[in-house]
Design a protein. Structure first.
Length: 134
């Protein structure tokens, strides 16, 4: 559902907010953005999402992590192959390649929680586990 839309024809800019009961993947975010920008010949296109809290899922956790990696290169590599599990407001992230100290120092957890609150309207806790290698 399109919940907010602002189009400035002179500057060729669009700002929209999409509300959804189900999670829309990052891949589909990119498709929506590209289609709008191309079809409307936009210079600026801002698409934000607000999901119902029941849409929060492991896929969303992975996508939000990818978004934060784009903003902070120090996180690159540490989340490769990471697994996400949800249980009663707790997100458990199992890291395959170490890096917990770097992740903690980067402010990842605070930023991750803020994105979840902004997009899903829920507060969560985050814990990290390291995969045990034999």
């Amino acid at each position: 559902v399109l919940t907010k839309c602002s189009l400035d024809i002179d500057s060729r800019s669009l700002n929209i907010l999409i509300g959804s009961k189900v999670y829309i993947t990052r891949e589909n975010h990119n498709k929506i953005y590209s289609a709008l920008k191309s079809a409307l010949k936009l210079t600026v296109c801002q698409v934000d999402y607000k999901f119902e809290n029941t849409a929060f899922c492991e896929g969303a956790c992975s996508d939000l992590t990818e978004e934060l990696k784009l903003q902070n290169a120090v996180l690159n590599g540490y989340f490769n192959g990471a697994e996400y599990a949800l249980s009663d407001g707790l997100v458990t992230i199992t890291l395959k390649h170490g890096g917990y100290n770097t992740i903690a120092e980067s402010g990842f957890e605070k930023q991750f929680k803020a994105l979840v609150k902004m997009q899903f309207g829920i507060e969560i806790n985050v814990e990290f586990q390291m995969e045990k290698r034999l």
